[in-house]
Design a protein around this ligand. Structure first.
Ligand SMILES: [Zn+2]
Ligand SMILES: [Zn+2]
Length: 278
C-alpha cells in the first residue's frame, strides 16, 4: 500500500514543476487569447460586411457568420479543452522535451528559432494536410473543417478534435526539438494563431498588417483551398505546393496574376475528394 501511495505522490509531484504551469497552462491560455484577439476583429468585419470593404472579399459573396459563429466558438472551446487534457496526460513525456524556463536567449536566437519553427511547421503541415485529404481521413476527420466553404476568421479553428490535436502537436515539434525557451515558444504560438485567423479572414486587403511577414501570401492562399476543396495545402509558404507536384488550387494562379485581383464566382461544394484529385 505504501508503495502505491509513494508512486502516486511522485506522479503528482511532476505536476508541481513550474514548467508544467508555464508550458501547459500558460501556453494553452495564450493560444486561446491570441487566436480570439486576431479572429474576433476580422469576424466582426465579416459580420458587418461594410460596403467599403466588399471589393476586397476574396470570394465576392457574403460571409455565413450567423450560421457558423456559435458552432465555431463551441468547437474552439471543446478542442482546447481536449487538447489541454492531452497535454496533462502526456506531461510525464513532454516534460523531458528541451523546452525550458532558464535564462532568456539573445533576441537574434529567438528570431532564428521562430524562423525555423515556421519552416518546419509548414513542411509538416503540408504533408499532414495532404494526408488528411485521402478519402478515409477526409470523410472521418478533415471534412469537418471543409464544411466551411466561405471562411471568416473564427472558422480557422473549426475542425475535428483529432485534427486540432495533430495541428497542435506539429506546432510543439519545433520548440521541443530545438529545446526552446518557453518565451520563444509563446511568441511562436502567437504567430501561429495569427496565421490561423488571418488565413481564414476572407479579405484580401492591401493594408493587412500580416502581409508584413516575409513570404506570407495572405488569406487568399488558404481561402482558395476552402473554395476548391483541393490544392494549396501549405499553411504559409506557397513553394511547397509548387515543389511537391504543383498542387495549387484551380484558379489560384489566375487570381494572383489578375491586377487588381477579381473575386470570382464560387462553384457548388464538392465535399468528397478522390485520391486522384489530391
Ligand atoms: Zn483541406
Ligand atoms: Zn482552413
Amino acid at each position: 500500500m505504501d508503495s502505491v501511495i509513494d508512486t502516486l505522490k511522485s506522479t503528482l509531484a511532476i505536476y508541481e514543476d513550474e514548467r508544467f504551469f508555464f508550458i501547459a497552462v500558460c501556453s494553452t491560455l495564450l493560444s486561446i487569447v491570441s487566436f480570439l484577439a486576431f479572429a474576433l476583429p476580422w469576424t466582426w468585419v465579416a459580420y458587418k460586411n461594410p460596403e467599403s470593404l466588399k471589393k476586397y472579399r476574396i470570394q465576392g459573396r457574403d460571409f455565413p457568420v450567423k450560421r457558423w459563429l456559435v458552432p465555431s466558438l463551441q468547437r474552439f472551446a471543446l478542442n482546447n479543452l481536449v487538447s489541454f487534457l492531452g497535454v496533462v496526460l502526456s506531461w510525464p513525456l513532454v516534460r523531458h522535451s528541451g523546452i525550458h524556463t532558464g535564462p532568456l536567449p539573445a533576441w537574434y536566437v529567438i528570431v532564428a528559432q521562430i524562423a525555423c519553427f515556421i519552416v518546419l511547421d509548414d513542411f509538416l503541415y503540408y504533408w499532414m494536410h495532404r494526408t488528411l485529404h485521402t478519402p478515409w481521413l477526409y470523410k472521418h476527420v478533415h471534412s469537418v473543417h471543409h464544411r466551411i466553404t466561405t471562411p471568416f476568421a473564427l472558422t480557422g479553428n473549426y475542425m475535428h478534435v483529432v485534427e486540432f490535436m495533430l495541428t497542435s502537436t506539429l506546432v510543439m515539434t519545433g520548440p521541443a526539438l530545438l529545446g526552446a525557451h518557453v518565451v520563444t515558444m509563446w511568441l511562436w504560438i502567437v504567430f501561429r494563431q495569427l496565421e490561423a485567423a488571418d488565413g481564414h479572414s476572407g479579405y484580401d486587403v492591401p493594408w493587412n498588417p500580416a502581409l508584413l511577414v516575409p513570404f506570407y501570401k495572405g488569406p487568399v492562399y488558404h481561402d482558395f483551398h476552402h473554395r476548391r476543396f483541393f490544392g494549396n495545402y501549405a499553411g504559409f509558404f506557397a513553394y511547397l505546393d509548387k515543389l511537391f507536384g504543383g498542387t495549387y488550387s484551380k484558379g489560384y494562379e489566375d487570381y494572383r496574376r489578375a491586377q487588381p485581383p477579381v473575386a470570382a464566382p464560387v462553384p457548388e461544394p464538392q465535399p468528397q475528394p478522390s485520391q486522384s484529385q489530391q
